[in-house]
Design a protein around this ligand. Structure first.
Ligand code: SAM
Ligand code: SF4
Length: 333
């Protein structure tokens, strides 16, 4: 893939994830503390600034753009930004515009998303049990998410479900989630918990290595490794019994950095070159100092020039502090 942005390890940067807000209508226990403090609204880039910045990335070679958060659909007037960005799909400069959502507002926005050219989305869903859903999200409603999934499928949007694998919570429910996803024509990806940001509990109690999960799934299903790729870090298997695909994202047990093609932009215009490192570049200042894009383009080049080789997450009883202090909701996973 062509891109003007090549990092020091020869990796072409073609994928930008944009966290459009750090706010969320859920409080998933592994992601946030219940009394989370959010950024003051005045620190946020406006939707126009987000459009301008993403456009610079597209002009420099980004082909895939994912909106995330926090919950991207709670950002006021978010559909205005989606509509603006969709012009790059129309021009062919951008190949894919997608988002990761908790699904709570999908029934309201699904049709419009489809109309803007969004063809695939990721919906996060960790359990199919109403009470457990409330327990893990603290504030969420499973019924609303299910209605959102229905609306998105009715609008012709392909869904991939993402489930964080949590010890003593949903580890024995993954087969049910898998049958549900595949029965509805959706892929499922399971994710290891990552040590990002302070939460109310202890992450060692939640961490479930996916190697163990895979071994227990193999007692029920026939899993065959397949080379399928979506441009993300998941490794896929095909499940013979359901005919569907199951992805594993294993930042803890298997480092996936060697093929990393992405960078992450926050809603304040900070660019993170790696999910698992603190180093970042401020793009808001160069964006605001002039109306032209030369300064911000140079700042992006400088940042890509320091993209690190990879991350080094550790979760154990001795390492109680998170590997990175910011929450996943800042950079959007
Ligand atoms: N609110 C949206 C959602 O939940 O899909 C988008 C943002 S959320 C931060 C993106 C993904 O990160 C979700 O699938 C969520 O489950 C996952 N996530 C959040 N905190 C995590 C953590 N500490 N480790 C692993 N995954 C995490
Ligand atoms: Fe919100 Fe997504 Fe974090 Fe859950 S995982 S609290 S839905 S940002």
């Amino acid at each position: 893939m062509q891109s003007d942005m090549i990092d020091p390890f020869g990796r072409a940067i073609t994928y930008l994830r944009v966290s459009v807000t750090d706010r969320c209508d859920f409080r998933c226990t592994y992601c946030m503390a219940e009394d989370m403090t959010f950024l003051p609204k005045k620190d946020l880039l406006s939707l126009e600034e987000l459009d301008r910045l993403t456009t610079v990335f597209v002009e420099k070679g980004v082909k895939k753009l994912r909106l995330t958060g926090g919950e991207p659909l709670v950002r006021k007037n978010i559909m205005h930004l989606v509509r603006q960005i969709s012009r790059h799909l129309d021009s062919g400069a951008l190949e894919e515009l997608t988002l990761t959502t908790n699904g709570s507002l999908l029934s309201r926005f699904a049709a419009e998303l489809a109309d803007c050219g969004v063809k695939r989305i990721n919906v996060s869903l960790d359990t199919l049990d109403t009470d457990k859903f409330r327990q893990i999200t603290r504030w969420g409603s499973l019924d609303r998410v299910m209605a959102g999934i229905d609306a998105a499928q009715a609008a012709g949007i392909h869904i991939k479900l993402n489930a964080v694998a949590l010890k003593n919570f949903n580890e024995f429910e993954i087969p049910e989630l898998l049958r549900f996803a595949h029965g509805r024509g959706m892929d499922l990806t399971v994710i290891e918990t990552m040590p990002m940001g302070e939460i109310d509990g202890d992450r060692t109690d939640q961490y479930l290595p996916l190697s163990l999960l895979r071994a227990s799934l193999e007692r029920l299903f026939t899993l065959s490794d397949i080379p399928f790729k979506t441009g993300g870090p998941a490794r896929y298997v095909e499940v013979a019994e359901t005919g569907g695909r199951l992805g594993f994202i294993t930042p803890m047990t298997h480092n996936f950095c060697e093929s990393c093609n992405r960078v992450r932009l926050t809603c304040t215009g900070t660019l993170y070159m790696c999910l698992g490192q603190e180093d970042a570049a401020d793009l808001r200042t160069p964006l605001r100092v002039s109306e032209g894009n030369e300064r911000v383009s140079a700042a992006i080049d400088e940042a890509i020039g320091r993209k690190p080789k990879g991350h080094d997450f550790v979760i154990d009883r001795r390492t109680r502090r998170p590997a990175v202090s910011r929450h996943m909701s800042v950079t959007g996973g």
